[in-house]
Ligand binder design. Structure first.
Ligand SMILES: [Zn+2]
Length: 119
């Protein structure tokens, strides 16, 4: 899994949970208060702040990772140019299209290391 894929999955999870869908919650006999804070945790301000902020923090951070990875992609070149009967065939050239470093570049490796996924 790449850093971008990890970020996309985190973003999907965050968007599925945001905003809270009270109609769906009713199917599980869960009240809004029970969903936003586990019993007892509502007395811990740091936990409540974290859970409330995660709904906006996670999508922002995931979009930031996706945007960086869209800039730092392995570049491809046409191994065989298009002919009258064939489309061009592209091959990776071993360099980052965003910074021209060897692939994977330091930026992609830093994201992958931080997220503990493959570069
Ligand atoms: Zn790069």
């Amino acid at each position: 899994m790449s850093a971008a894929q990890y970020a996309r999955e985190a973003l999907e999870r965050a968007e599925r949970a945001t905003p809270l869908d009270f109609a769906v919650m009713a199917n599980y006999a869960v009240t809004p208060a029970e969903v936003s804070v586990m019993p007892g945790l509502d007395r811990v301000p740091a936990v409540r702040d974290f859970l409330d902020a995660a709904r906006s923090d996670v999508p922002k951070l995931a979009r930031a990772v996706i945007a960086v990875e869209e800039l730092h992609r392995e570049s491809w070149h046409a191994e065989y140019p298009a002919g009258p009967l064939y489309p061009a065939q592209y091959e990776p050239d071993g360099y980052c299209a965003g910074c021209d470093e060897s692939w994977p570049c330091r930026t992609v490796r830093a994201l992958s290391d931080a997220l503990e996924v493959e570069a």
